[in-house]
Ligand binder design. Structure first.
Ligand code: GDP
Ligand code: IMO
Ligand code: MG
Length: 430
C-alpha cells in the first residue's frame, strides 16, 4: 500500500492544504512532520473556508486520524486557539481524531520573543520570519535544551529542563536588552496547559507503525516549501526545518521505506513571502496581476506575497532533491487571460549559463533568468474538472512544465474549491 508524502516544491503557499484535503479522502491517517504554526493552509469546501496552521489538513474530514509528529515544533496555546476556532466551524477535535508525538518540542513565549528581538535587531538584514518562534524553538531542540510534550507530565523533569533553557535564554535576552524570563509565571502557564495537552500525547512512531502493518494509508503533510529548506533552500532566507520529503520519515518515526509516492505541490507561477533571492520576481504590472488574480496575501501574517513567472530551473532542482514522483500543479486558472506567459528555463550569471541555482549568495544575487515565451489563453480554466475542459494553450503550458522539470503532472487544480481538481495519476495507487 503506497503512503504519500506531500511537499511544497517552491517557497510555500503552493496549495498544499487544498491538495492534502482532497487526498485525505483516500487516506486513514494524515500526519504533519515538520514546521509549526508558521504554516497557513487554506481549504475551501462547498464555499466554506477553513484556515489551518498547526493541525493537519485532514482534520476536517470525519473518521480520519490527524497526527502531529515529532518533527513539528508545537505552540500549545496556538494549538488550542486553533482547535477552538475549528470547533466554532463545526469541526470536532478530540483524542479520537488527534494525536501528538510525545517527543514533540514545544514553542514557548520566549521563542517568539527571541524571534522578534532578532528580527528587529537585524534591521535590513532581517529574514522576514512569521514571528512565531519557529527558528528559536528548533535551535533549542538541536541545542538539547527544549521542553518536549512528555516533559509536562512530571514537575521535577520540567523544572530541570527549565533550568537549562532559561540559563541560555536569559543570557541571550540580556545581550539583546530584554528583561529576564519570569520563571514562576512560565512554570505556572506550562503546568496549566499540561493536563489539556497530555491526553493527546502518544508514541506516534509505534501507533503509525502498527497502522502501517495493518494496511492503513498514511498521508504525510509537509509545510513550507523546498526552497525554504534549511539545507537546500535560499539560506539564510529559509525556515529552520527540513522541508524535503525525507523528513516525513524522521519527523514521525517511520523508516524511509514507509514512503511510497512523493507528490510535489507546484504553483503554475512563483511566489514567496519574506526576504531573499527570487530570480523570476516581477515588479511590474504582470506581477501585480498575478498577485491580484491569485489573492496572494499570506494566511499567517497577511503580508503581500511577491510574485513572478514560473521557474522551471528551481522546480526541477527541488523535485530532484525530494525525489518527487509526480506534481500537483495548482492555480492554473490564475494565468487565464495573459496574452503571453514566460517560463524560466535557465540562468545566466556573469555570462555563464547555469541549469541549477548555485549555492553561493553572491552568485544568486547576480542571476539573470533566461525565459522561454509561450502563448497564453483567453478562455477560462477556472473550475475545470477534466483535461477536456482545458484550452489547448493551457495544456501546452502544462506539458512544457512537465518536460522542463522532468516530472509528470499527477494532479491539477483550477480553483480553491476542493472538487475543482483533476486527477491524472492516483498517488495512492500501488
Ligand atoms: P499552502 O500553504 O501550500 O497550503 O497554500 P495556501 O493555502 O497558503 O495558499 C494557497 C491559496 O491558493 C489558498 O488561498 C487556496 O485556497 C488557493 N488555491 C489553492 N489551489 C488553487 C487553485 O487551483 N486556484 C486558485 N485560484 N486558488 C487556489
Ligand atoms: P506554508 O506551509 C510561505 C517563510 C517566512 C520567512 C521564512 C522564515 O503556508 O506554505 P519562519 O517563521 O519559518 O522562521 O520564517 O519562511 N515561511 C513561509 N512562506 N509559506 C509558509 O508556510 C511559510 N512558513 C514560513 O515568510 O520568509
Ligand atoms: Mg500557506
Amino acid at each position: 500500500m503506497a503512503n504519500v508524502v506531500v511537499v511544497g516544491a517552491q517557497w510555500g503557499d503552493e496549495g498544499k492544504g487544498k491538495i492534502v484535503d482532497w487526498l485525505s479522502e483516500r487516506a486513514d491517517v494524515i500526519a504533519r512532520f515538520q514546521g509549526g504554526h508558521n504554516a497557513g493552509h487554506t481549504l475551501v469546501i462547498g464555499g466554506k473556508v477553513f484556515k489551518l496552521s498547526l493541525l493537519p489538513s485532514g482534520i476536517v474530514r470525519a473518521g480520519k486520524l490527524a497526527v502531529i509528529g515529532n518533527g513539528v515544533v508545537l505552540d500549545p496555546w496556538a494549538l488550542f486557539t486553533e482547535i477552538d476556532k475549528l470547533a466554532a466551524q463545526g469541526v470536532a477535535i478530540s483524542t479520537d481524531n488527534l494525536m501528538i508525538a510525545e517527543n514533540t518540542p514545544l514553542i514557548l513565549p520566549l521563542h517568539q520573543d527571541l524571534d522578534k528581538l532578532r528580527e528587529d535587531a537585524a534591521g535590513k538584514a532581517k529574514i522576514g520570519t512569521t514571528g512565531r518562534g519557529i527558528g528559536p524553538a528548533y535551535e533549542d531542540k538541536v541545542g538539547r535544551r527544549v521542553i518536549r510534550v512528555a516533559d509536562l507530565a512530571d514537575r521535577d523533569t520540567l523544572e530541570a529542563r527549565l533550568d537549562r533553557l532559561l540559563a541560555h535564554h536569559d543570557a541571550l535576552r540580556q545581550g539583546l536588552g530584554a528583561t529576564p524570563i519570569d520563571r514562576a509565571e512560565l512554570t505556572e502557564k506550562l503546568l496549566e496547559i499540561a493536563p489539556k495537552l497530555l491526553p493527546y500525547a502518544a508514541p506516534v512512531w509505534k501507533v503509525l507503525g502498527e497502522m502501517r502493518r495493518a494496511g492503513k494509508r498514511i498521508l504525510f503533510e509537509g509545510a513550507q516549501g523546498s526552497l525554504l529548506d534549511i539545507d537546500f533552500g535560499t539560506y539564510p532566507y529559509v525556515t529552520s526545518s527540513t522541508t524535503m520529503s525525507g523528513m516525513a520519515a524522521t519527523g514521525t518515526g517511520l523508516g524511509p521505506s514507509a514512503i511510497g509516492f512523493v507528490l510535489g505541490i507546484v504553483k503554475a507561477y512563483t511566489t514567496r513571502v519574506g526576504e531573499g533571492p527570487f530570480p523570476t520576481e516581477l515588479l511590474d504590472e504582470d506581477g501585480q496581476r498575478l498577485g491580484e488574480r491569485g489573492h496572494e496575501f499570506g494566511t499567517v501574517t497577511g503580508r503581500k506575497r511577491r510574485c513572478g513567472w514560473f521557474d522551471a530551473v528551481l522546480v526541477r532542482q527541488t523535485c530532484a532533491i525530494s525525489g518527487v514522483n509526480g506534481i500537483a500543479l495548482t492555480k492554473l486558472d490564475v494565468l487565464d487571460g495573459f496574452k503571453t506567459l514566460k517560463i524560466c528555463v535557465g540562468y545566466e550569471i556573469d555570462g555563464v549559463r547555469y541549469d541549477y541555482l548555485p549555492t553561493a549568495a553572491a552568485l544568486q544575487a547576480r542571476v539573470v533568468p533566461i525565459y522561454e515565451e509561450m502563448d497564453g489563453w483567453s478562455e477560462s480554466t477556472q473550475g475545470a474538472r477534466s483535461w477536456a475542459e482545458l484550452p489547448a494553450a493551457a495544456i501546452k503550458y502544462v506539458r512544457r512544465i512537465e518536460e522542463l522539470i522532468q516530472c509528470p503532472v499527477a494532479m491539477l487544480s483550477t480553483s480553491p474549491e476542493r472538487d475543482d481538481t483533476i486527477l491524472v495519476t492516483d498517488p495512492f495507487a500501488d
